[in-house]
Design a protein around this ligand. Sequence first.
Ligand code: XMP
Length: 516
Amino acid sequence: MMKAQPKQETVVVLDFGAQYGQLIARNIRQCRVYCQILPHNAPLEEIRRLNPMGIVLTGGPASVYENKAPRCDPAIYHSGIPILGICYGFQLMAHDLGGEVIPSPKREFGKTELQVLDGGDLFRGLNPQLIGWMSHGDIVRSLPEGFEITSQTNNTPVASFAHRAKRLFGVQFHPEVVHTPWGIEVLRNFLLDWCGCTGQWTMQSFVSSVVPIIQEKVGSERVLCALSGGIDSATVAALVHRAVGNQLVCVFVNHGFLRKYEAEDVRSTFTDHFDMMNLIYVDASDRFLTRLKGITSPEQKRKTIGEEFVRVFEEEANKLGKIPYLAQGTLYPDVIESGTVSAAKIKTHHNVGGLPEQMDFSLIEPLRDLFKDEVREVAQELGLPPAMTWRHPFPGPGLAIRILGDVTEERLSILREADAVLIEEIKKAGLYRQIWQTFAVLAPLRSVGVMGDQRTYAHPIILRAVTSEDGMTADWARIPFEVLEQIANRIVNEVDGVNRVAYDITSKPPGTIEWE
Ligand code: XMP
């Protein structure tokens, strides 16, 4: 495992099971300060290993006075490291340092008016009257010694507090959510004024720090990378290529379930644009289609495609002789999900492109500290074309899981064409970047329609377009009717085998983003 962590200003976020934990981390990084999320109970010793300039305690669903409430190592309060507690983190700090936290007679949820009593520290530069986002059932009734109240609301006598000499701060509101638009300033004030950060962490500095780390680790050996067409593997490939040039060998397995033009785009980007000598392209579409014959269950499809992928990849790798390193596009949310924080998983993503377990590789994961939007910045920095940098997320098993029921060549072709029309029109309408993901789904149904004087009996195409921050929750995108109309007209007219178009207006939850 490789730590792509240059010597830099670091802030530690202790996670108490917050809904918005990752959002806090992303906001801190927006202030150009690098941060890492650790579990709430990380011992001070472990925290110190990162040499942090500040600690942020997140919110969480528990109440601090409950027996099983999550705690932090109390030694952090006396470590001299500046601390900002948010919501639960604020209440915990109050409780641990001798203040009192009680159930609030009036719970506060949503936008709330906040009155700043002391604009000197975290509120520097802000108005004394603010609207912020509250979501809590407990309040801090009495302060620990040495603390002062810095803001209040109608129902919350202590909406924030400070102990300046010890550089300890707490806020009941959520500075990290969009409904607290000035919240980022509160975080910035904490980071820059109180932690002493300079805010110089950029993706440019990330690239220049990570390239020599890769070079040092790899030496004169070769590195293998599985390209999928997605932004993560493309960025890893470009980054490793920047570091070790043609010691990088990329294998791009086309399983036949890619979007229209995708395989060609990937090949031309890397061979023409990056002048990558060692790109092995394997068209295995027939092989995958044969393996999928008769399989209709989505989990079975995923499993079969995953296994076949590993087999093809291994065959290719074996031809290449011993390559000690494998570069992978693991991102920070994957690290958090599988490591420190227990997040409920709705669906196992048997990610195509996953590591063949029995193969003996040392991993290179230079993106494992980054969020998706940061990866996009790195991609831009490395000169990947915008079409690839901004491409919507795409599941490893590709179109195969967006065809409900049997996957056949004919169905694939229908879906690929419909999907291409949809994406073209969404781009034409200037909506592509505002939308997290848009795609077409083919349902194994047929219904009666009429075209010209002819009765038709054909498939419906279901359109899906969602907005989201991270794919964990999502809302259906409010695409203008005229754009939907144009998409529907074109699909029915241009794609044989389709006579109807429907638009899915389900959010996640209760739906998922994909249809499978
Ligand atoms: P769901 O359908 O669970 O999807 O709401 C959440 C997000 O995950 C993407 N997804 C995948 N991504 N490999 C991936 O890399 C996969 O196998 C996979 N399956 C789903 C999905 O497109 C959405 O963005």
